[in-house]
Ligand binder design. Structure first.
Ligand code: ADP
Length: 374
């Protein structure tokens, strides 16, 4: 049997049984109570009362039965209407939930259910809507990622096609084409590496080799790596000194710093200064990269951490794959830290934090090495 008739009959049955019980109890108890009063009256009135007794009793029974018989259809009608409304509401909600789940399974992630009310059925509808919204976001992300990857591949592939056609037609000699082909292939290689790293970093599947690291080691490595590139651009790189220690994977932390310094160098005009400073907090150490670039407009500030987001798409295409900061933030977070940015017309400040290791906790862990596969 379908849910609606089952619920309706069950409701009706319960109410009718309750009515029947009420009738029986009334028929059973009321005459006794009534008789007690009649007895008192008969005693007070004497023979005249005794003569009236059968009449009084018959009248009471008749009135009681009549009233109950009259009330019964009204009560039954009200019970039927209540049962109908309640059953309809339950069945409608269950049917909507069923339709919604079917649509969701069929890929219609924009499907939502009405949420009015505060009962369990409305809560169920609200939870369904939350689930649908989460699935919709995942699906939008998936579609966007495929589109973005296709978009990123199109430009270098078009360039490579142009060069191969030029070679085949003999328009350009191989020696003239080789450097450009090499550049595009390198870009594609980096894109492939970045894509694989960004998906692993976002899913938390990056292997980390976490250890207690002197911050000075990270600063020295960054300076050694970038000194030449900064000098070549005519940008002054000033690196602070620090006696603090952090818990980090030195290679991954170096990768985050490299991304920040690379961006800072790119955006700071010749003659400008980039500073790599250290701020020591109770639980975290912040490495800050200050540049003297044009700054980043507020509408771009948070978006630069999104995959493939570039502030100036046309100008910066080819300079990077647009996922550098996405990877950097994911790595910082995997190491228990964070990566944020503030910016003004005087330049941008990227703040990369890592968990601080105090002298006491360092001595309690003399090994200083704890490989962690996350
Ligand atoms: P890419 O790998 O292409 O460099 P990123 O994820 O590192 O991409 O950067 C995202 C966007 O943020 C780019 O458009 C870049 O130009 C911009 N950006 C990053 N760092 C800075 C900075 N220090 N000053 C101004 N813009 C920046």
């Amino acid at each position: 049997m379908k849910l609606f008739p089952r619920l309706f009959l069950a409701h009706l049955l319960v109410i009718l049984v309750a009515l029947g019980a009420l009738l029986l109890v009334a028929e059973w108890t009321l005459p006794g109570v009534y008789q007690h009063h009649v007895e008192q009256m008969v005693q007070a009135m004497g023979d005249r009362g005794r003569a009236l007794r059968p009449d009084l009793e018959a009248g009471m029974r008749g009135a009681l039965t009549g009233a109950l018989l009259l009330a019964l259809p009204f009560a039954a009608g009200a019970a039927a209407v209540t049962a109908l409304l309640t059953s309809r509401r339950v069945v409608r909600s269950v049917a909507l939930l069923g339709e919604g789940s079917r649509d969701l399974a069929g890929g219609q992630y924009a499907r939502r259910l009405p949420e009015q009310g505060r009962d369990e059925l409305s809560e169920l509808a609200r939870n369904f809507n939350r689930l649908a919204a989460a699935l919709e976001r995942v699906e939008q992300d998936r579609v966007a990622l495929i589109g973005e990857v296709g978009h990123e591949l199109r430009t270098p592939l078009a360039a490579l096609r142009g060069y191969s056609e030029a070679l085949l037609d003999g328009v350009l000699p191989p020696a003239a084409v080789a450097p450009a082909v090499e550049r595009e292939v390198r870009f594609l290689e980096r894109l492939a590496q970045d894509l694989s790293l960004v998906s692993r970093a976002e899913a938390g599947h990056v292997e980390l080799d976490l250890r207690n690291v002197p911050v000075q080691d990270l600063l020295d490595a960054a300076r050694d790596r970038f000194a030449e590139a900064f000098a070549a651009r005519g940008v002054d790189l000033r690196v602070a000194r620090s006696a603090s220690w952090v818990r980090a994977d030195p290679e991954r932390a170096g990768q985050v710093l490299a991304n920040l310094l690379h961006n800072a160098a790119r955006h700071t005009p010749p003659g400008g200064t980039v500073r790599l400073d250290v701020l020591v907090g109770d639980a975290q150490v912040a490495l800050t990269v200050h540049d003297a670039g044009p700054g980043i407009a507020p509408e771009h500030l948070e978006r630069i951490f999104e995959r493939f987001y570039r502030v100036n798409e046309a100008r910066t295409r080819g300079e990077g794959s647009g996922v550098g900061l996405t990877i950097a933030r994911a790595l910082a977070q995997r190491m228990g830290g964070s990566l944020n940015v503030t910016s003004s017309a005087a330049g941008s400040v990227f703040t990369f934090t890592l968990p601080r290791v105090t002298a006491e906790s360092r001595h309690a862990d003399p090994e200083q090495v704890e490989p962690a596969g996350l």
